[in-house]
Design a protein around this ligand. Sequence first.
Ligand code: PLP
Length: 637
Amino acid sequence: METVMDTKHDRWSVAEAAKLYGVAEWSAGYFGVSSEGEVEVIAPGLDGARVSLMDVVHGMRGRGLDMPVLLRIENLLDHRIGLLNESFASAISKTGYRNHYRGVFPIKVNQQSPVVEEIARFGARYHHGLEAGSKAELVIALASLANDDSYIICNGYKDEEFIDLGLCARQLGIPCFFVVETLSELRLIIQRSKLLETAPLIGLRVKLAAEVDGHWSEDSGDRSLFGLSAGQLIEVVDQLRAEDMLDCLQLLHFHQGSQIPNIGNIRNGVLEAVRYYVDLVAEGAPMGHLDVGGGLAVDYEGANANDVHSKNYALEEYCLDILEAITEILDPLEIPHPVLLSESGRATVAYSSILLFNILDVTHFEPGPLPEDVPAGCSEPLPRMFELYRNLSLQNVQKSYNSARYYRDEIREQHRWGHFSLRERALADNLYLAIAQGIVQLLPQLDRVPEDLEELRDDITDIYYGNFSVFQSLPDAWAIDQIFPVMPLHRLDEEPVRQAIFADLTCDCDGKLDHFIGGRKNLPVHGFNEDEGYYLGVFLVGAYQETLGDLHNLFGDTNVVSIRINADSSFDFAREMHGDSIADVLSYVEYTPARLQEQLRDRAEQAVRNGVIDVATRQKILEAFAASLRGYTYYEP
Ligand code: PLP
């Protein structure tokens, strides 16, 4: 057995590590494994400049930024914006489309100011705009965009204040559209624009019948929550005409849902929407803009398939299919091509953020030391379990598994009734684990592995305790079973011989990562070495995760670091933000840290008065309490 393991270990290479974790498939070329066995970021457009994530981790430590850290790589964010705009530009020139593309980033997907500011700064060269779904997001959009040709698209329910703010944008000359989602807000838009004597730009969100695959399929079809039906579109047109404002109707919008894995669905959606566009032109609206919403998916699994965590198309195909669907309908009718807008959020920001965390502890499901023989006086079925353990072979794996499980459960039951002692129960558990380990080692030699034996692997998988909170940093992993690529950041020149799931710091049984790419229920990892530390990354977490995270168990925002990689493979810490302190999170849930300090002071004073502690101890307790309030909410070394 040892010789086999050793040979395997010798043969191990970093290329095998990259293959094992599917790096080439999910990383879109932004990540790789270095010859030193570390994950590295490959900076796009910088002639192969690359930076090891472990170098970034060491740099953070020197700056007092403990794990967990959300790392943003500005080069990747810029590259995604560039890629989206250049891909549409290239598809426009290939198809002979006679208008241009304008992207808008939906702020809800990542509202953090460093992200939105960078999109506004870098995106200015492409006139990349912003989509706002609320008053607060409109405030961000108005202040962030410096380019007069960058669009602001206002979705969501709009009250008077929202509309007035959008009209202010119009007064400033910003192309800011109100996308009408309900008839009631149309009345308000008409009213306020007359009062402020400002002509609004109006768009309509249409509810498409075309349905989509994937997790957000309910955002499409007749029962989707948002958008106007065919009948309501007519009502809007009639109302605008009656108010002599039909010339304000210049955009049609639809959004079929996020992460659409199937390109066929996207094409069908565009075909249906363009038909409505034609109808609105026929009604006399000037139109001129088509906004195809979000939905451009990210291949989290790298499977290149029509699957919730994947997609069956490339960006180039997405752009071409949209343009072809538009021209297919408009050209025979000689209707001019509209300005094409899209609201890609996920595909713009997912790649640029990585959650980095370290491992604090490990639970192994391995048998403790077993006696040479059944201890004297042990009653059945313990001796029978011993026999199973001794006689386990390739020929009897299934039978041994069935019996071992049956005997173990029987002993557990009998222990509840006091018929087995604690030592006997522990022996039974150990024997079961020893048999389970033995079976799992034999599985590769079986022609076909039965399902229950395959699941046995899960029973003996290690639990690695990670310094992070799923609820704060990876809420979609908990809420909708979203799969993100996870892998160790170092030691990749060494074969990962253990299998693990990850438990987070919350004391919640849902606070774990136990689904991985490729349908795996565990991840190959290296043995944990406390002195060296063990670091992992959860990749592609830039979309939605930061905004949806919550304070479960009062774990707050993590430290955040933005780096920019230079052409000589050096990197700068462009921004660093310390995460929430304990005092911060307590104030979010309406505690007043100063008052808490006061309460503890009173209690300590009382203890001094009662002779329980002396004054010096009182002082130390109060200092420790004050230090805790200033501390990080996560595990600090
Ligand atoms: N536009 C609208 C109206 C949305 O509701 C969303 C999110 O679902 C988006 C754009 C962003 O979608 P995605 O992240 O799939 O690009």
